[in-house]
Design a protein around this ligand. Structure first.
Ligand SMILES: [Zn+2]
Length: 320
């Protein structure tokens, strides 16, 4: 009943053809089970249920096909694509079997320098705070604060405040500070199996999934000059192309907020590098007048399954 209403509203907001509006969903991790530090993160169970809801209202397309069809005003009613950023191993071990169960296509944007045993700075910091067995983490010597880390809630709050600051440092400084925080707070080695192996990237394409570029080191592009931006994008693309033996045509900006994480004019670099399209994390949908080098994406961040489709429907009304 409700789904019939959502389908009708969806058809009205995103009709077939030239007035269609393309929804692109972003995921990062899909956890095996709930993590007390990140109770809102998607789990195998909630991901499975979200895909079931998605399929009742939206038509899932491979991202590259959707972009081609957007360009020719040939999208179906309520088109949607599924994307994952960063290259977490759980995308292959947990999300891929669920995608296959629904026969849904997804595209995985991978930061290549962390494949095969690497780790992003944010996960190093999360590990340090998770493992720290103290009431306070005094990080004032690193230009940070003294954080209470007694409960899971304290730890989540501390992680969020630390990441908000550290994420805008250079790739080198970020890594350095994350390692120093870990040394100070715990003796336990951080995990080396969070990200995919190159073999797992190949596995994605063997199952017909899409792979896209996401730079090598996941820098804030807005902080780099054009040469550095080009180099980061090229290094990531070359690696993926050498592993997969196929052309990489799609790209997602790291962090992805226009004007903050990348500069809108940096999209010209991707255009000149012959990419087909690029994706931000600006909420909204793409339509026939959208810049396909800054396609918006959206995540319905909700624990409540009943809110999932309504959030996607509301996103269809987003003005660009
Ligand atoms: Zn990312």
């Amino acid at each position: 009943m409700l789904n019939a209403i959502y389908r009708r509203v969806g058809k009205h907001l995103a009709p077939q053809g030239e007035r269609s509006r393309l929804s692109v969903l972003i995921y990062h991790r899909v956890l095996k089970e709930e993590d007390p530090l990140f109770p809102n993160e998607v789990t195998a169970d909630s991901f499975d249920k979200q895909l079931a809801e998605l399929g009742k209202v939206f038509n899932i397309l491979p991202l590259e096909e959707a972009i081609m069809r957007l360009k020719c005003n040939d999208l179906p009613t309520c088109p949607a694509c599924i994307t994952f950023d960063d290259g977490y191993a759980d995308n292959v071990s947990i999300a891929l079997p669920i995608l296959k169960k629904y026969n849904f296509h997804a595209t995985f944007f991978i930061a290549t320098s962390y494949l095969d045993g690497g780790r992003m700075f944010n996960d190093t910091i999360i590990h340090a705070i998770r493992m720290a067995n103290k009431t306070y983490a005094d990080l004032t010597q690193f230009g940070l604060q003294k954080y209470k880390i007694e409960t899971f809630e304290d730890k989540t709050h501390a992680i969020n405040s630390i990441l908000k600051y550290v994420k805008y440092l250079s790739v080198f400084e970020r890594e350095n500070i994350a390692n120093k925080i870990t040394e100070k707070l715990t003796d336990i080695e951080p995990p080396k199996d969070l990200m995919m192996s190159s073999e797992q990237v190949k596995e994605l394409t063997r199952f017909g999934m899409g792979v896209g570029g996401h730079t090598a080191h996941h820098p804030i592009l807005a902080k780099l000059n054009s040469n550095e931006v080009r180099q980061e994008i090229e290094e990531g693309r070359e690696y993926l192309e050498s592993v997969l033996g196929e052309k990489i045509k799609l790209f997602a900006y790291p962090n992805g907020k226009p004007g903050v994480d990348y500069l809108p004019e940096q999209s010209d670099i991707l255009r000149k590098m012959n990419f087909l399209a690029a994706f931000s994390t600006q909420w909204g949908v793409a339509h026939r007048n959208s810049d396909i080098f800054q396609v918006p994406r959206f995540t319905p961040y909700t624990k409540k399954l009943a809110h999932f489709t309504p959030m996607l429907i509301r996103n269809l009304t987003h003005k660009q």
